[in-house]
Design a protein around this ligand. Structure first.
Ligand code: NI
Length: 278
C-alpha cells in the first residue's frame, strides 16, 4: 500500500513539476545553474492555489494528499489577502511539504464573486480528487476583462482564474544544498546571474528565530491566451528558496510556515509590484 502510494506521489509531483517548468522558464534555468555546481535539488514545499468553492476547495485537494499518506501540520490565515491555507508533510521525509491555500471568495465584491462562481461552475462534473491536479485546464479560458476585473481586487484571484489549479511555486530546500551555507549566499549567487528577487535589497522573509527563512524570484512573465484568442504577457509562477532551523528541544527542523512571511511572498506574482520592479 505504502509503496503504491509513494509511486503515486512521485508521479503526481513529477507531473506538477513538468507543468510548472513550462509555466516558469526561470525555474529550469536556475535548476541547471545549480546542477552545474553539482547540486541535486530537493524541494522544501510545493504551493497550490484554489478557490474555496465546490468542487475545487482546499478540502478536496487536501484529501488527495491525506490519502497518499501526508499528514496535516498547520493552518494559516492571510486576512489581508483573503486567504486560508493549510500545510502537510509526509512522515517519511522523502517528499516535499505541500502548502494549499484557498481564496475566500465571499470576501470579494459581488461582481468578482459572480465571475469566480461562473468559472468554477464550468468544472466538468465528475472531475474531482487528483484529477483536479492532472487536468490541463479545468475551465475554459477566461476573458481578459474578467481577468483584469479580478486582478483589481485580488492578484491571487486573477492568477487562479487565468491559470487554473497548478503549482504556483516550487521551493528549493537550501538546507540540502552542499555549496551554499545559507540563504544569503544563494540569493547573492542568483543576483549575480541577473535573477531578480522579490523584496529587492532585503529579499529574505523570516529569520532564524522564526525557524524559517525564505526568498523568491520575481515571477516569470509568459504570453498567455485569453478567451477569443487575446494574448497578453502576464506574471506566471516564481521559484522559492527556503532555509529551515531546528526548533529548540527538538532534533528536527521546523516543519511549518509563517503566515506573515508568506503574506509577503504572495506578492511575488503581484502585477503592480512587478511593474515597479522591472
Ligand atoms: Ni512557499
Amino acid at each position: 500500500m505504502s509503496a503504491l502510494n509513494n509511486f503515486e506521489i512521485k508521479t503526481l509531483l513529477a507531473h506538477l513539476w513538468k507543468d510548472y517548468a513550462v509555466m516558469t522558464p526561470q525555474a529550469e534555468h536556475i535548476r541547471e545553474l545549480l546542477a552545474e555546481r553539482g547540486e541535486v535539488l530537493e524541494n522544501d514545499h510545493i504551493a497550490l492555489r484554489t478557490f474555496n468553492l465546490e468542487p475545487v476547495g482546499l478540502k478536496v485537494l487536501e484529501r488527495v494528499f491525506l490519502d497518499l499518506g501526508y499528514v496535516y501540520t498547520g493552518e494559516y490565515d492571510f486576512e489581508k489577502k483573503k486567504l486560508y491555507a493549510r500545510s502537510y508533510s509526509h512522515p517519511s521525509g522523502e517528499f516535499p511539504r505541500i502548502f494549499i491555500s484557498e481564496l475566500l471568495t465571499e470576501k470579494l465584491s459581488t461582481g468578482a464573486q459572480k465571475i469566480i462562481r461562473k468559472i468554477v461552475s464550468q468544472v466538468r462534473q465528475g472531475v474531482t480528487g487528483k484529477h483536479l491536479l492532472y487536468m490541463q485546464s479545468l475551465w475554459p479560458k477566461v476573458s481578459l476583462e474578467d481577468y483584469d476585473a479580478l486582478l483589481m481586487e485580488s492578484e491571487y484571484a486573477g492568477w487562479l482564474a487565468a491559470f487554473g489549479i497548478r503549482a504556483n511555486h516550487f521551493t528549493v530546500s537550501v538546507n540540502n544544498l552542499r555549496t551554499f551555507g545559507n540563504l544569503e549566499s544563494l540569493n547573492g549567487f542568483l543576483e549575480s546571474r541577473r535573477y531578480k528577487l522579490n523584496g529587492g535589497k532585503s529579499p529574505i522573509q523570516g529569520n532564524p528565530n522564526e525557524y524559517l527563512e525564505q526568498s523568491s524570484t520575481i515571477a516569470s512573465r509568459i504570453a498567455w491566451e485569453f478567451k477569443g484568442g487575446v494574448i497578453r504577457e502576464i506574471p506566471s509562477c516564481y521559484y522559492e528558496f527556503a532555509m529551515r532551523y531546528p526548533v529548540p528541544g527538538s532534533w528536527t527542523l521546523y516543519d511549518g510556515f509563517i503566515a506573515k512571511s508568506a503574506d509577503k511572498i504572495f506578492e511575488s506574482t503581484d502585477v503592480k509590484r512587478i511593474r515597479q520592479a522591472s
